[in-house]
Design a protein around this ligand. Structure first.
Ligand SMILES: [Ca+2]
Ligand SMILES: [Ca+2]
Length: 102
């Protein structure tokens, strides 16, 4: 099983991960935008990592990620839609980096 990495850019990003790869995609508030998608992480346990907080609106076409990793101690707001998580799938949010109480 190979590991692959992708970093979102300021422009419109679209890609499909290779079958069998475990993907880590890195996003920030500046480069994860409404214009992004389709982004299909495909099979395996794939991670969408957010470096820094912000407000993130997921496109309907961002699919097949299993984990959202909040990589910094910051405030995050997410808007997801049904197609982001396929039938019978789960999406875990890892907030271990969040250490500031509110
Ligand atoms: Ca982008
Ligand atoms: Ca996946």
């Amino acid at each position: 099983m190979a590991a692959s990495n992708f970093t979102f850019t300021a422009g419109a990003d679209n890609f499909t991960d290779n079958a069998g790869d475990t993907l880590t995609a890195v996003a920030t508030a500046a480069n994860f935008t409404n214009g992004d998608g389709p982004v299909d992480a495909g099979d395996q346990n794939d991670t969408l990592r957010f470096d820094g907080g912000g407000t993130f609106n997921f496109s309907n076409t961002i699919t097949n990620f299993e984990t959202i990793l909040l990589n910094n101690d910051a405030a995050y707001t997410f808007s997801l839609s049904n197609p982001n998580i396929g039938s019978g799938q789960t999406l875990a949010i890892n907030g271990a980096a969040l250490t500031t109480g509110t």
